[in-house]
Design a protein around this ligand. Structure first.
Ligand code: HPA
Length: 265
């Protein structure tokens, strides 16, 4: 069975009630293994990927992003929606706000960033990131959000740090000057690898806290987890409904490099 649609979430994002006939599969890729839960939602095959690994809880800088995206490609995924937790750099983006991310800034330092490292016959490939997130999925996501009683922002720039530490207030001030609205640790290179693999990929970020120096108290993983748990069921349903409402044929430009198979290294 080809599985067209996929969701990437943090630990605890999947809930057994959401899919029928669900089962866990381990997909072996040239970049490592990833475990997925596959099943059926309203008659459509769908996959859930736990970004941090099934039960292993890898920290953001240790996640095998290439294996995760290659596994989705392997099962036939074409469209992917991801959820991430972020700190907010803007007063108007209060904790609890959902943001349909439209740009990113990459401050990661030590991650495998590409499938195309020049070590095989594909040669040099440079990928366009004018629209880093699939415009078609973003539009559908916003349309669904409009009908829900949740506060959301139509756009936002996500700055990805290496982690696992949180930022200093000086870094947050600098990031805000650079144009970032949100700070997190997991969206890059997930978003870039998805594009390289020819997948349509969009992101919804949940503001779990004000960033360091803006928040009135020191940051804790606990507050991030608590806010995520509070919003999980809403986001899950939003994702499923968005994915199944997409027209069957992709019209966006994300698929532009689909014809290049992933490398084998
Ligand atoms: N900084 C980095 N990553 C995060 C934050 C933060 O404030 N909140 C949730 N993920």
């Amino acid at each position: 069975m080809e599985i067209n649609l996929a969701v990437i979430g943090g630990t605890g994002f999947y809930h057994p009630d959401i899919l029928q006939d669900s089962k866990e599969i381990v997909v072996k890729t040239a970049y490592g293994e990833a475990s997925l839960i596959i099943g059926v939602y309203r008659g459509r095959a769908l996959a859930f990927l736990a970004r941090h690994g099934g039960g292993h809880a890898l920290p953001p800088h240790r996640i095998n992003y290439r294996a995760n995206i290659a596994a989705l490609k392997e099962i036939g995924a074409k469209r992917v929606l991801s959820a991430t937790a972020v700190g907010s750099l803007r007063e108007k983006l209060a904790p609890g706000t959902l943001v349909v991310t439209d740009q990113f800034i990459d401050f990661t330092k030590n991650r495998r960033q590409t499938f195309y490292d020049g070590s095989d016959e594909k040669g040099v490939i440079h990928t366009d990131f004018t629209d880093p997130y699939c415009p078609e999925i973003r539009e559908n996501l916003k349309a669904k959000l409009q009908n829900m009683a949740v506060s959301f922002a139509k756009e936002g720039t996500y700055l990805c740090t290496e982690g696992p530490r949180y930022e200093t207030p000086a870094e947050i001030k600098a990031f805000a000057l650079l144009g970032a609205d949100l700070v997190g640790m997991t969206n890059v290179p997930e978003v870039t690898l998805a594009r390289e693999a020819g997948l349509c990929y969009a992101n919804l970020s949940l503001v779990t806290n004000y960033a360091a120096g803006i928040s009135p108290h020191p940051l804790s993983h606990q507050e991030v987890v608590e806010m995520m748990e509070e919003k999980l069921s809403v986001i899950r349903e939003l994702f499923m409904e968005t994915l199944i409402s997409l027209p069957p044929e992709r019209k966006c430009r994300c698929r532009q490099i689909e014809e290049y198979p992933l490398g084998g290294k």
